[in-house]
Structure formats: C-alpha cells, structure tokens
Design a protein around this ligand. Structure first.
Ligand code: FAD
Length: 306
C-alpha cells in the first residue's frame, strides 16, 4: 500500500490548511502538493514544496525588479530560446522538493544524480517495513540479446510464476530473519538482546522499499528526466520519472513544453549523422557501410529517423 490511512489523514490535513503568501504560486503545482502519486506496487512520489514558476525563470533571465512579464507569449518565447541555446542558469532559479518511496535498487540508480539534496529514511534508527517490490508479470523479461543493459522478450507464464515464487520466498525469509535478529524477545517471550538495526538490515534484498526527501533545481531535474524518462532507462526508474514529468508539466508548463520539445522529443546528431541526413535529403541512398558509422551508431541513427 503506498500510504496508510493515518498517512493519508496527515496529507488531507495539510491540504485542508491553505496559507496566504506573497511568493510566486503555480496553480498547477498547488493541485499536486502533498498528494501521493502511486508508483510500482508500494511506491509513490509526493510534491512537498516548490519555488518559482515559469515567470520566475523569465524574471531571472531579465534580472527584473517586478514581474518583468510582457506577456505569456513573450515569456514562453524567452523560455524556449533559453532551452534551445542551453542558457540553463535561469532554470536553476526554480526548485522542487519531493518525497519519494522507492525500491533500494531504484534508489541506487537515482542517487547517482549528485546535483540534488537528499535525506533518506534511517534504517539505523527505524525498523524497515515489510514491503518489497514484486514486478508485474508483464515486466518479467529475459536478458536482451542486443543491449547488455536491458531486457528483451517476456518470460513465459510458467517461468514468470517460478521467478515470482523465488522473489516472494526470498523476501519473506530475509524479512523474517531481520525481524528475528532485531527482536528483543524470543518466541516464548523471554527477553534477549537483539541485534542493532544498522547491522540487521544488511541481509535485506535490494527490492525492499526505502524513502527520501529529494530537492533539486529545475535545470538538474530536467537532466535527470532526460536520462530517466528515456526509453533506454530501466522501467522501474522510468515510471517514477514519468510521474515527475506530469507534476513538472503542471508546475511550469512553458518550461516543460520547451524541455519536451527540445530535449525529450528532440535528438542530437553527430557530425557523421548530420552529413548522412544531408546526403539522404539530396536523394542519395546511404547504408551503414557508406555512412562511416559503426553498426550501433547506425542502428541508433535509424531509430532517430524512424
Ligand atoms: C542508461 C544509463 C545507464 C547507466 N549505466 C551506468 C553503469 O553501468 N554504471 C554506473 O556507474 N553508472 C551508470 N549510469 C549512471 C551515469 O553514469 C550517471 O552517473 C548518472 O546518469 C548521473 O548523471 P550525471 O552525473 O550527469 O548527473 P549529476 O550527478 O546530477 O550531475 C549533473 C551534471 O553536473 C556535472 N557534475 C556533477 N558532479 C560532477 C563532478 N564531480 N565532476 C564533474 N562534473 C560534475 C556534470 O556535468 C553532470 O552531467 C547510467 C545512467 C544511465 C542513464
């Protein structure tokens, strides 16, 4: 379950107590504040706070005193210009703080993005919940034969069932051992010492859930989303990135629109790729052999054109 009834009551209480402010307010972000958007089987993404809006990006770019906005169209044009020309610092003037619940193996990929501030749930201090990511059978696939870092054909139903049995059995067993190691009473109620939580956690598998608060500026968030909302990213982190994309699209619609156009939906061509495209536009038939590109580069180039 992503949130318990008690946690939902806390979220509802926060959403029921609006306050007055002189700060920039994004109506699109306000509708997400505190709400837990479910991801995977037990995870979620919650918007906890944000700073700035589309206008704040333009204010910073123009170093203006007031709103500095000439019109919404002007702002959108400026934002698209900034994005197109990699003038990134105005985007750093907006920030977002998220509460994320995610499996540990997803957190390991996520934490590689160093340009964020993170505070993680302490498994030295607290007892971890018995919550493990169990993939949907549709996500259980064999190792890809063309991409060493990916998955290929789906497993057969029998093979999926066998894998899920193993995952469930291992999760149950390791959590039982964790609970047994930290327990301060034996099964018959006799007091015992119990192992420290910081040590007992070491045998828990990487599909157990952790949680953190994650704060990042919009420029670095776009970099994260560019990599993790991409089709090449692992499904289990991509679903989180997709949810964050939806929140950002509501928070800063013009900036997200420019990002979706130039980065997410756009493509970067190498000099060789550009030369091939120019030859093709002139009517020449170009093949991998005549392109000057490796097989992998050619495959990716064709993927861009398709
Ligand atoms: C598809 C995919 C596969 C991957 N596979 C692997 C893998 O097999 N093994 C692995 O270890 N990682 C892997 N990674 C992680 C990847 O190498 C990056 O660590 C991760 O994507 C974070 O990117 P980043 O460093 O650009 O982001 P951030 O840490 O947020 O940094 C943003 C930018 O800030 C600058 N920056 C930040 N810190 C420094 C620094 N110390 N020095 C110089 N510049 C800095 C850089 O310009 C950087 O691009 C993979 C990532 C992806 C998307």
């Amino acid at each position: 379950m992503p949130v318990t009834p008690d946690q939902q009551a806390e979220i509802d209480a926060l959403r029921a107590s609006p306050r007055q402010t002189l700060r920039a307010v994004s109506d699109g972000a306000e509708k997400h504040l505190y709400t837990a958007h479910p991801v995977l089987d037990h995870g979620f993404v919650r918007l906890i706070d944000y700073m700035g809006d589309d206008a704040a990006i333009c204010q910073a770019a123009r170093v203006s005193y007031g709103k500095g906005t000439k019109s919404v169209q002007n702002d959108e044009g400026l934002i698209r210009y900034l994005m197109r020309h990699w003038h990134s610092t105005p985007f750093e003037m907006c920030e977002i703080k998220l509460h994320v619940k995610l499996p540990v193996f997803v957190a390991r990929q996520w934490i590689r993005h160093r340009t964020a501030n993170v505070n993680e749930y302490s498994a030295r201090y607290s007892i971890l919940d018995r919550e493990f990511y169990m993939p949907d059978p549709s996500q259980l696939a064999a190792q890809s034969t063309i991409n060493n870092q990916g998955r290929g054909a789906s497993l057969t139903p029998d093979e999926s069932a066998r894998v899920l049995d193993i995952l469930k059995g291992d999760a149950a067993q390791t959590y039982d051992h964790y609970a047994e190691m930290i327990a301060e009473e034996g099964p018959d109620g006799t007091p015992k010492q119990g192992l420290a939580r910081e040590l007992a956690r070491m045998n828990l598998p990487a599909n157990i859930y952790t949680q953190w608060y994650w704060k990042v500026d919009l420029h670095n968030l776009f970099h994260f989303l560019r990599l993790r909302a991409d089709a090449h990213a692992q499904y289990e982190i991509r679903v989180y990135a997709d949810v964050i994309c939806n929140i950002v699209a509501d928070w800063v619609p013009a900036a997200y629109g420019a990002f979706a156009d130039y980065r997410l939906g756009g493509a970067v061509l190498s000099a060789k790729g550009l030369a091939c495209l120019q030859r093709m536009l002139k009517g020449e038939e170009v093949t991998q052999e005549t392109s000057g590109m490796s097989k992998g580069e050619w495959r990716e180039f064709q993927g861009v054109l398709a």
